[in-house]
Design a protein around this ligand. Structure first.
Ligand code: MN
Length: 192
């Protein structure tokens, strides 16, 4: 497991030229919160997608959601796992130049802490284990995403969906909320 982790965090560095991209180098930063962080970054690259990242064991395992998150428990969204990102990436917002990996505009769509709620035999399953097992259940304390969410691995890919709780809704959240949770800018503002 240790080996796989090292390989994944190298991938983030290997894919990027830090003299050209404004993205952060993988530096260890002190977590501001007691609980682990999550972030959702709207990314207008060759295809628009939303990148979900969860702090697990000092890095941020990441998934690209082509359609973004949904608050409707009946709507299960495809989540494609990508390379682990450093913690310092969680608040990154900016424009990745044309020549670089992931070229396009990045906006912090949501940001906050999460709680692991996945239990087995009445015991919390550690997040590292949840990730390995392909079964993650969390409660988000974000500005836009609140309450229970599930990430389940099915064959190669994952599905991401809302749990049925008081925060479940039919609201089309990616359409109704289009501003950065950190700077209140839209993608257009960040781009220009
Ligand atoms: Mn992306």
């Amino acid at each position: 497991m240790q080996k796989a982790k090292t390989k994944k965090s190298k991938t983030y560095e290997q894919k990027r030229d830090f003299s050209k991209t404004p993205e952060p180098k993988p530096e260890k930063i002190n977590p501001q919160f007691k609980d682990p962080l999550f972030t959702v970054q709207e990314h207008h690259a060759s295809h628009i997608h939303w990148d979900l990242r969860l702090e697990i064991d000092g890095v941020m395992p990441s998934w690209a959601l082509p359609k973004g998150p949904s608050l409707d428990p009946k709507v299960k969204r495809l989540a494609v796992q990508t390379e682990d990102h450093p913690l310092s990436y969680a608040t990154f917002e900016g424009v990745i130049p044309e020549s670089e990996y992931g070229a396009g505009t990045v906006m912090v769509w949501d940001y906050g802490t999460y709680e692991n709620t996945h239990r087995k035999n009445n015991k919390l399953v550690p997040m590292e284990q949840c990730l390995q097992d392909g079964h993650i259940e969390v409660v988000f304390h974000g500005s836009k995403l609140k309450g229970g969410f599930v990430l389940i691995k099915i064959k190669e890919n994952w599905l991401f969906f809302k749990k049925n709780d008081v925060f479940a809704s039919k609201e089309d959240i990616t359409k109704t909320h289009t501003k950065s949770v950190l700077t209140e800018r839209t993608i257009k503002h960040i781009k220009n």
